[in-house]
Design a protein around this ligand. Sequence first.
Ligand code: Z5A
Length: 221
Amino acid sequence: MAQHSEGTVTATGKFLTLEGTEGVGKTTNLEFIRDWLQDRDVPLLVTREPGGTPLAEQLRELLLCKRDEKVDPVSELLMVFAARAQHLNTVIRPALEQGTWVLCDRFTDATYAYQGAGRGLSLSMIESLEQLVQQELRPDLTLVLDIDVEVGLARARARADLDRFESEQVAFFERVRGGYRARAEAAPQRYRLVDAGQPLEQVQEDIGQILEQLLGSKLGG
Ligand code: Z5A
């Protein structure tokens, strides 16, 4: 159950997020989760980060485009959270408050993984911004799709031109993957790690089982 800034717990929609490194199959599996929930008549909003509003989508373009100028990691972090504040306060919170479930392609775990583990920014810096922007709001469930970095990069490279993040070196993605795994292992009540190196059919069977548990458990109540 999503918890709000005032610290009160209300009968809101569930907040689900999907995470992982490059080529892990987020887009493919986001569609699967959307269809799975809609087939069960769950009122659902599907959105993404960075993005989800016109302003936040513009910030996404600024963040992802390749440029000659080196992007300062703190500048990158502030842009991510600027987009998040707009998205959270104008789209995500209102939907949850109306009882709509929100399925978001990436959220603050990506910031811990990419800007924290990947770029090396301190945990305390990210935590301060998380608190400022989100107050007590955290996802109810985060699915971390996990894959060998080289396998994921091969998939991503076969798909399209690489953006500024996708052009990073393997070592960067190893740190990102390690960041996700560490967060998932530290809080198993909120995270579910899914082996995304399996055939898609098996990945989706695993995801379906997690969603069954969610609907049938306290989280779903
Ligand atoms: N970022 C950040 O730094 N900090 C933040 O706080 C946030 C984000 C929120 C944009 O993310 C960037 O923003 C991201 C981090 C940064 N870095 N990058 N790049 P994005 O989520 O928009 O971009 P993405 O990582 O490229 O996600 P994606 O488009 O969802 O790609 P994907 O995970 O690779 O998914 P896919 O397109 O579904 O799958 C890739 C291919 O693999 C495709 O051909 C599929 O058919 C295939 N596939 C999928 N599953 C399988 C299986 N199981 N077997 C075989 N083949 C498969």
